[in-house]
Design a protein around this ligand. Structure first.
Ligand SMILES: C[S@@+](CC[C@H](N)C(=O)[O-])C[C@H]1O[C@@H](n2cnc3c(N)ncnc32)[C@H](O)[C@@H]1O
Length: 271
């Protein structure tokens, strides 16, 4: 891991903004503190479309899980950088299709573990672990994963709105490849991250988030860089797109209001 990457501590630090709690605030959640809200307000002065972007991203996550469960029969999901529980979490969407669907949530923010465990107490097909997603072996060999995930069967590994938290020095492409290598043929990798084609926006947000979160951040990238993370995998139709346009529901809500930055991604399959 890069110098700035720290192992998960288990302590909720309310003196610095956290990516999980800022995202929760943008989604209208209540699991955030003044420091998170202030950072969001500052950020939104420069990139005012961020709240819409977050809502669009969450809807993409829900659509893609439903699509994988319904159209591809996926019954196992590992959700890297899962975020705080909100409405229609991955297990709820997947278990609407098949109540036997199994989901492991992985996040390095201790608040996710605290709230996730409370939500999942009654659900034996679901687990949440606090881990840094760069620790592929630690995660895939954990008791929760080995209890719930059958590596002989296809799995969907989700990396939704989280790769921008991984610095280049920690090789996000290598992370995707490591996970793909452990999964059965026919497995899926779902990836999206913050992208901007405007250098000034990329630089500002990358620096703002790196400083405010004290290093829980990687880089806003360009669309072509994400495509490079999926080398060796088959990118499925409709390809890599701004996520609100990836198989949109007929009743899609607010579209991306501006193009300052977008969540860009899609689905790839291991053959
Ligand atoms: C923007 S949220 C996305 C949440 C969810 N995937 C979604 O799209 O709705 C990013 C999440 O990734 C988590 N995260 C960031 N870096 C991480 C890492 N290295 N390992 C595990 N989780 C990480 C953050 O704590 C946060 O909860």
């Amino acid at each position: 891991m890069s110098q700035e990457a720290r192992p998960p501590s288990g302590v909720v630090d309310v003196s610095i903004p956290s990516v999980a709690r800022m995202y929760d605030y943008y989604l209208g959640g209540k699991d955030n503190y003044a420091v998170d809200r202030e950072a969001c307000e500052e950020l939104s002065k420069v990139v005012p479309s961020t709240q819409v972007l977050a809502i669009n991203n969450r809807r993409f996550l829900q659509r893609v899980v439903r699509w994988l469960a319904r159209e591809h029969g996926v019954r196992q999901f590992i959700d890297h950088g899962s975020g705080l529980p909100t409405q229609d979490n991955v297990h709820q969407v997947a278990q609407q299709v098949d109540p036997a669907s199994r989901v492991v949530y992985v996040d390095n923010d201790p608040i996710v573990l605290a709230h996730g465990r409370a939500l999942l107490e009654e659900n034996t097909n679901t687990a949440v672990i606090q881990a840094d997603m760069r620790d592929t072996d630690g995660i895939l060999n954990s008791p929760e994963v080995t209890r719930l995930i059958d590596f002989e069967q296809p799995v969907a590994a989700l990396f939704v709105s989280v790769l921008h938290c991984i610095p280049d020095a920690d090789d996000p492409a290598g992370l995707i490849k490591r996970v793909a290598d452990r999964l059965a043929p026919g497995s899926f990798l779902v990836v999206c991250q913050l992208v901007s084609e405007d250098a000034a926006t990329r630089d500002f947000v990358t620096e703002f988030m790196r400083v405010s979160t004290q290093g829980q951040w990687g880089r806003v990238r360009q669309a072509h860089e994400l495509a490079g993370f999926l080398d060796g995998l088959e990118v499925l139709e409709p390809g890599l797109l701004e996520v609100s346009t990836w198989m949109p529901d007929a009743d899609i809500g607010p579209k991306q209001l501006t193009q300052e930055w977008i969540e860009f991604g899609g689905v790839a399959r291991k053959s």
